[in-house]
Design a binder for this molecule. Structure first.
Ligand code: NDP
Length: 246
C-alpha cells in the first residue's frame, strides 16, 4: 500500500469535488477527504447513494458536504458550466477534483464489441471527465494550491484482451492527464496526476471478476493514503505522474 500518513486536518478549509462519490472508491475518498477537514462536493448519478454518504459525513461531525446528482453520460456542457457557477456562488472556491466515476462496459473481444456500449463507456469515462474538468479549471486556477486527480487502471497502461472500451478509455484518461499537466505546469498552482487504484473490493471489481472471493483484495479505505497525499499540500510539485495506490 502507498506509504503516507496524512496529518490531521490535511484538507482543512478546502473544497473538493469527487465524482462517483456514492459507491466504491469514490465513496471512500469523499469520506476520507471530509474526515481530513474538506468540504466535499458529492457528484454521482444515484441520489439515494449520495444522500447516504452525505448523512455519514454529517453524522461523523465533518464539514457539511454538498450534493450534486448528475449523470456524466447525459450531462451537457451547460450543466457543467452551471455547476461551476453554483460552486462559485456557494463556496467561492474549488481546490480539488477527483475524477473517479467510470463504468466497465463489456468484457468481450473488439471483434464484436457493441458500438453503443463503446460510446457509452467513452462518454462517461473520458468525455464526461474532460467536460467537467474543463468547466472547473477557472475555479481551480483561483486556488493557491489545487489538485486534479484522474483515475486510471492497469489496463490503461498495458492493453489486455477483452478489456475493450474500458482499457481504451483509461489510455485516453492517462493522455488527458498528461496533456493538462503539461499545460498548467509552471503557470498555475494546479497539479494534475493519475491514480491506478489496483484491484480493490468494489462492485466494479466483482463484476469484472465474479469468481474471485471478495476478501482477496484491499478495501477502498485501505488505498486512501495515495488519494490523500495527492489531494493535499504534501504533493506540491508532483505533476503529470501516473501513480499506483497499491
Ligand atoms: P464502482 O462501480 O464501485 O463505483 C463507480 C462509481 O461511479 C459509482 O458511484 C457510480 O454510480 C459512479 N458512476 C458510474 N457511472 C456514472 C455516471 N454516468 N455518472 C455519474 N456517476 C457514475 O467502481 P470502483 O469504485 O471500483 O471504481 C472507481 C474508479 O476506480 C473507476 O474509475 C475505476 O475504473 C477505477 N478502478 C477500479 C479498480 C477496482 O479494482 N475496483 C481497479 C482499477 C481502476 P452508481 O453508484 O450510481 O452506479
Amino acid at each position: 500500500m502507498y506509504d503516507y500518513q496524512a496529518p490531521e486536518q490535511l484538507l482543512k478549509d478546502r473544497v473538493i469535488l469527487v465524482t462517483g462519490a456514492g459507491d466504491g472508491i469514490g465513496r471512500a475518498a469523499a469520506k476520507a477527504y471530509a474526515a481530513a477537514g474538506a468540504t466535499v462536493v458529492l457528484l454521482g448519478r444515484t441520489l439515494e447513494k449520495l444522500e447516504q454518504v452525505y448523512d455519514e459525513i454529517e453524522a461523523a461531525g465533518h464539514p457539511q458536504p454538498a450534493l450534486v446528482p448528475l449523470n456524466l453520460e447525459s450531462a451537457s456542457e451547460h450543466d457543467y458550466q452551471e455547476l461551476a457557477a453554483k460552486l462559485e456562488t456557494e463556496f467561492g472556491r474549488l481546490d480539488g477534483l477527483l475524477n473517479n466515476a467510470s463504468i466497465l462496459g463489456l468484457r468481450t473481444p473488439i471483434d464484436g464489441y457493441d458500438a453503443s456500449t463503446w460510446q457509452q463507456v467513452m462518454q462517461i469515462n473520458v468525455n464526461g471527465a474532460f467536460l467537467l474538468t474543463q468547466a472547473m479549471l477557472p475555479l481551480l486556477k483561483e486556488s493557491d494550491d489545487a489538485s486534479v486527480i484522474f483515475t486510471s487502471s492497469g489496463v490503461g497502461r498495458k492493453g489486455r484482451a477483452y478489456w475493450g472500451a474500458y482499457a481504451v478509455s483509461k489510455f485516453a484518461t492517462e493522455g488527458l492527464m498528461q496533456v493538462l499537466a503539461d499545460e498548467v505546469d509552471g503557470i498555475s498552482n494546479i497539479r494534475v496526476n493519475s491514480i491506478n487504484p489496483g484491484a480493490t473490493r468494489t462492485n466494479m471489481r466483482t463484476t469484472a471478476y465474479p469468481g474471485e472471493p471478495p476478501t482477496t483484495n484491499p478495501t477502498p479505505d485501505d488505498i486512501m493514503p495515495l488519494y490523500l497525499f495527492l489531494m493535499g499540500p504534501d504533493s506540491k510539485g508532483t505533476q503529470g505522474q501516473s501513480l499506483d495506490a497499491q
